[in-house]
Design a protein around this ligand. Structure first.
Ligand SMILES: [Zn+2]
Length: 324
């Protein structure tokens, strides 16, 4: 079976294939356009959506080095075939499925979520013998509320703040989360105001057939009566008088998060799978070996071992623990 290792990104040494390395490589597979998955490679393979997002976020020089592989197509590499399956995380996010000439199968998830989002492709889960998966929310206490409940919380926050004659400000990461938040609030009567970066990324979503609501550019001096969506990084510039701020994040399940973020409310909406969804995902892939990465990787690998899977975390030293 294929044996992946972690070297600042995932490497399949048998095939010389890199997945989401941070450092520049001659050739790499890039799962999606979030910054921690994109390096300045000499050549990379990604979905057309991811390459378009990289063009906006990272510039033409890097995007021009991208080779597009659409969902459903096959890339023939040296000794393997690669296919992308939707990961449901953000627009264009892909899980990379490898089948070697010897018939071995391998799946690298990148970031993923299994619930249907409002702005990302629905996840499709293939089976594989070896699975490398992200486990950001891999502890049992990470159970997100139903999506409908979260949407109600977003609207209740907006109603309450507008009712107090103030401006509701929703903090959401510019790629993925912001578009889903905008889809949640698009039916509201108020004008929607977004940070420039979100507006630019919305155009990419539109170009791939995901209709985004009409928005106005963020203007701190004229926010009255609007619903504002902006990335958390802009919070320090926001004049806090006459507005209230909600952080929209999977880390918002814990009320104490609002003190950590310095906001008035936290709303738990995530682009990642929660703990029960991670477990269901593994069952669907039906792997013989699982390697976990990111977040609670060690804890989740231990959980999987208790369930009878051969499972290890990629970057922590629990392989010895497994042998003992
Ligand atoms: Zn991501």
């Amino acid at each position: 079976m294929l044996k992946p290792i972690y070297r600042g990104g995932l490497l399949l040494p048998e095939l010389g294939l890199w997945f989401d390395p941070q450092k520049r490589k001659p050739f790499a597979i890039v799962s999606h356009a979030h910054g921690d998955h994109v390096g300045r490679h000499e050549c990379f393979i990604a979905t057309p959506e991811t390459i378009a997002l990289i063009r906006v976020r990272n510039g033409n020089a890097l995007a021009d080095r991208g080779v597009a592989l659409a969902f459903g197509e096959t890339y023939q590499g040296k000794g393997y075939r690669l296919r992308f399956y939707p990961a449901g995380h953000v627009l264009g996010s892909a899980m990379a499925h490898i089948e070697t000439d010897a018939g071995e199968t391998f799946l690298y998830t990148g970031d993923f979520k299994t619930r249907s989002g409002l702005s990302a492709e629905r996840i499709e889960i293939p089976q594989a013998e070896t699975l490398v998966m992200e486990t950001t929310f891999g502890k049992p206490d990470f159970v997100f509320p139903p999506f409908a409940e979260t949407c109600e919380q977003v609207h209740a926050f907006c109603d309450r703040v507008l009712g107090a004659d103030q401006t509701p400000v929703l903090l959401a990461y510019s790629l993925g989360k912001a578009q889903e938040v905008l889809k949640i609030v698009e039916e509201r009567s108020q004008q929607l105001m977004v940070h420039r970066v979100i507006g630019e990324l919305n155009q990419v979503y539109e170009s791939f057939g995901i209709q985004m609501p009409k928005t106005r550019p963020l203007d701190f001096l004229n926010m009255r009566g609007c619903v504002v969506v902006m990335p958390p990084t802009v919070l320090k510039k926001l004049p806090r008088k006459d507005c209230q701020v909600a952080m929209v994040s999977g880390w918002g399940m814990n009320e104490s998060a609002k003190y950590r973020y310095g906001v008035d409310e936290v709303i738990p909406l995530s682009d990642h799978a929660d703990y029960p969804d991670l477990l269901k995902f593994v069952a669907a892939v039906a792997p013989k070996a699982v390697y976990t990465t990111h977040g609670s990787e060690r804890e989740f690998a231990a959980t999987l071992r208790q369930l009878g899977y051969a499972a290890w975390s990629l970057s922590k030293d629990d392989q010895l623990e497994f042998l003992l």
